[in-house]
Design a protein around this ligand. Structure first.
Ligand SMILES: [Zn+2]
Length: 322
């Protein structure tokens, strides 16, 4: 069941055609005995169509997707929708309440898929998500933000060698789409193995609602749903071509010090172009940081204090064929 054409059954409970319903997936108990649940909203469209999941905060502190999904749900009219949306805005509820990327045992949920019923907490949560959300879906959209002290340009990632995934990636209308292979243990890798199509939306920083990311993610998601034939209308795409990248590289700090950024997210930079400077607190001159490859600035650190080797600017090389 990866398409829906009648009432949708979520864990055996019925969501009628043209209705929306909220559920709670039991994720386990805290040491205090308090139960934590993964909040889910199922929107069952009036017309037949695919089943799609939207997931946020798999990394518990990457909360921008929580806001994007909330606002997308607000704009979905089950009476007009074709197919079913399963929204899971806060997958890693443990990390979310602690404002942490990880679970309480420091495990990364996005390295714990497909998971198991008897494994670590991360593994159990991964398995629960695979069984209840991924299994009935045909497509998934997973929302992330930069990790640590880094911010990202709003962009999508996926297997762009698959023509349908590429079409959906381009439907978003984001500045950049990145082709890459998912790391082992990620939700994307596990879902691809089960024959699902998955896109990642990345943008902004952890623990923040980046305005630009929210403003890009909401219409992008609506256009993605329209491209799947689930909506009749979506906001018009921006007047810009989505650039394609098949390789991204971090420019690393040549030395420790205070980094002053001299570029911005989305800037197109040439090889050798100055990206900033690293100085001592009292020095006038410093060490220039230059782009080793040309491309688009996809992300950068927001913490000016850097150690040697820190990734400070992330550059997406552009595919000549795009
Ligand atoms: Zn993430």
């Amino acid at each position: 069941m990866t398409g829906s054409s009648g009432p949708f059954l979520f864990r055996g409970e019925r969501v009628d055609v043209g209705e929306r319903r909220q559920f709670e997936l039991p994720a386990g108990r805290l040491a205090s005995g308090t139960f934590l649940n993964v909040p889910i909203e199922v929107v069952c469209g009036a017309r037949p169509g695919p089943v799609v999941w939207l997931s946020g905060a798999i990394h518990g502190d990457e909360i921008v997707g929580v806001e994007i999904i909330r606002q997308v749900l607000d704009r979905l009219d089950p009476g007009q929708l074709a197919g079913t949306v399963i929204a899971a805005p806060v997958v890693n509820v443990f990390g979310f309440v602690m404002e942490s990327r990880y679970l309480p045992d420091r495990r990364d949920l996005n390295r714990s898929f497909p998971g198991s019923r008897s494994g670590s907490l991360a593994s159990r949560l991964a398995r629960l998500f695979m069984d209840e959300v991924v299994a009935p879906s045909a497509f998934g959209l997973d929302f992330h933000a930069g990790s640590d002290d880094r911010t990202n340009l709003p962009h999508v990632r996926g297997n762009l060698d698959d023509p349908e995934t590429r079409r959906l990636a381009l439907s978003f209308g984001v500045p950049v789409a990145v082709h890459n292979k998912p790391a082992t243990g990620t939700l994307r890798a596990a879902a691809l193995k089960r024959g699902k199509r998955v896109l990642l939306f990345e943008g902004g920083e952890p623990r923040r609602f980046s305005e630009e990311t929210v403003a890009t993610g909401i219409p992008g998601t609506l256009r993605f749903l329209r491209a799947l034939g689930m909506m009749k209308r979506a906001p018009a795409p921006p007047h810009r071509k989505t650039l394609i990248s098949r390789s991204t590289r971090w420019v690393r700090a040549p030395r420790g010090g205070i980094f002053r950024l001299a570029t911005r997210l989305g800037a197109v930079v040439g090889q050798g172009q100055r990206l900033g400077v690293i100085t001592d607190p009292v020095a006038k001159d410093g060490t220039e940081v230059r782009a080793r490859v040309g491309g688009v600035v996809l992300g950068h650190t927001v913490n000016p204090l850097v150690n040697p080797g820190d990734g400070i600017v992330h550059i997406a090389e552009l595919d000549d064929r795009s």
